[in-house]
Structure formats: structure tokens, C-alpha cells
Design a protein around this ligand. Structure first.
Ligand code: AMP
Length: 249
């Protein structure tokens, strides 16, 4: 069975992004970029399935600028067998990515697509669900455990009230939650090996997909600054402030 793993190049999670002065977005010039953390978990899970012998091939896909090749090489250093770059210099919104992935699902016919539950730059949490709808595949989102057999996957999901276990027939779409696994450390020999793995590049037009944005960002702004706190003398003073100042009790 083949697994397709979409990996997004995003601003590294350690970077504190700054809003552009004109409020049109965040400044990503000269900022460290990395693989979306949830996608690292997705690659790790796919590679573990391969190591267990359940999966035969892991294919990583990234949609975006030419530098996404680095993200694909990281996926291959974790253990993906090959990479596909859907090269596009324009902004790609989740619906466009889902359409591109749907076209690749038609081409590659994977038994499983494992995506991150959300990208940490746009926080959309949409692509996996949209792909499942477009490709008419069952979906199991926010997976914290995945068990795959020949024709089905049993997925434990993290929901508000606790854990939910669902069974989806394959092919299916799964999205990863933080506790699914801890991605392995990428070693230098594996980085070197990854350089030799096959990487193909296609354009959205080759896949017959119109990637024009459907959503317009009107304004991006910093969250309001938090005011300084105060120390109260005793519980009575606290209750008085909560009642009369904050008016929350
Ligand atoms: P989002 O819906 O934007 O929060 O993204 C959810 C997941 O979709 C990510 O964790 C990735 O697995 C996948 N994804 C989103 N955008 C891209 C992209 N440009 N290239 C590859 N995968 C993507």
C-alpha cells in the first residue's frame, strides 16, 4: 500500500512573527522556515507503517515555492521514498491545496493520505477535510493512534470529552494530532541519502487545477498588549475587585 503525505513549508514554530507595518500579513523575509510540525508527525507515522511492513511506499507532496524542495528532502530524510513538488509561486489557500492533492490522489491511488490536522501558519484545519470531500474518501481527523490493516484503519481521535475510536475503510484520509507519535531525529547520513531520492516537479496547470484564491485577507494585526497585573493584599480585596472593578462575579 502506498501512503501520500502532504507536507507544508511554514515559518518555524520557534520564530516570533511580526505583522507588516501595512497590516497586509506577516513578514516572512529572512525568517527560518521548516516543515509544519503536524506534518512531521504524519511523515513519521507513514514511515513507521512502512517499517512495520503494512505500507510499501511513502510519497511526500508539497505545494508552493521552489524552496519547498527542502521540506520534501526533510520528509525523505525521515524516511519517505520520494517527493512531489507542486510548484506555484502564488499564495495557495486550503481549497486550492485540496484540489491539487485530489488530482494527485487520482494519479497515485494511495491507500492512505496522512496530513497534519492544521498548518501552524494559517491555522485553517481545512485541507484534510476538503480533500476527503473532493476525493469522496472517508476521513478520520485528529488521530492520536492509527492501526492499519489491509482494508481498514482503526483511528483513535482526541475529542473534547476524551477519546473516540473510529474505523474507516481504505482508501481514507487521516489527519494527525500532536500525541500520535514523536518524530525521530533526522541524522546526517539520512539527510545525505535523502538527496539521492527521486523528486519530481509539476505545476498546478499540469494537474488541471485552478489555484486562484477564493478568500481575501482584509487585515492582519497584533493581539492587544496585556496590561500590567496588580497584587492584592488579601482575598477580601480580590473579591472586591472582581465584583466592582472587573464585574465578573
Ligand atoms: P490547513 O488546512 O492549512 O490547516 O493544513 C492542514 C494540512 O494540510 C497540513 O498540515 C498539511 O498536511 C496539508 N497542507 C496544507 N497546505 C499545504 C501545502 N501548501 N503543501 C502541502 N501540504 C499542505
Amino acid at each position: 500500500m502506498k501512503v501520500l503525505v502532504p507536507v507544508k513549508r511554514v515559518v518555524d514554530y520557534n520564530v516570533k512573527v511580526r505583522v507588516k507595518s501595512d497590516g497586509t500579513g506577516v513578514d516572512i523575509a529572512n525568517v527560518k522556515m521548516s516543515m509544519n510540525p503536524f506534518d512531521e508527525i504524519a511523515v513519521e507515522e507513514a514511515v513507521r507503517l512502512k517499517e512495520k511492513g503494512v505500507v510499501t511506499e511513502v510519497v511526500a507532496v508539497s505545494c508552493g515555492v521552489a524552496q519547498c524542495q527542502e521540506t520534501l528532502r526533510t520528509a525523505m530524510a525521515i524516511g519517505a521514498d520520494r517527493g512531489i513538488l507542486v510548484e506555484c509561486a502564488d499564495e495557495l489557500q486550503p481549497l486550492a491545496v485540496a484540489k491539487l492533492l485530489k488530482a494527485l490522489v487520482d494519479q497515485e491511488q494511495p491507500g492512505l493520505v496522512i496530513l497534519g490536522k492544521q498548518a501552524i501558519d494559517d491555522d485553517c484545519n481545512q485541507t484534510g477535510q476538503m480533500l476527503a470531500a473532493l476525493a469522496d474518501l472517508p476521513q478520520a481527523t485528529f488521530a492520536s493512534k492509527v492501526e492499519v490493516s489491509a482494508d481498514a484503519a482503526v483511528v483513535t481521535r482526541e475529542v473534547d470529552g476524551g477519546l473516540e475510536t473510529v474505523r474507516v475503510s481504505l482508501p481514507a484520509v487521516v489527519t494527525t494530532d500532536l500525541r500520535l507519535n514523536e518524530p525521530r531525529y533526522v541524522t546526517l547520513p539520512n539527510i545525505m541519502k535523502a538527496k539521492k531520492k527521486p523528486l519530481t516537479t509539476v505545476k498546478p496547470a499540469d494537474l488541471g487545477v485552478d489555484v486562484a484564491p477564493r478568500i481575501k485577507t482584509l487585515k492582519v494585526s497584533e493581539p492587544p498588549k496585556r496590561g500590567a497585573g496588580v497584587k492584592v493584599a488579601d482575598v477580601a480585596a480580590l473579591v472586591e475587585k472582581l465584583k466592582n472593578e472587573a464585574k465578573v462575579i
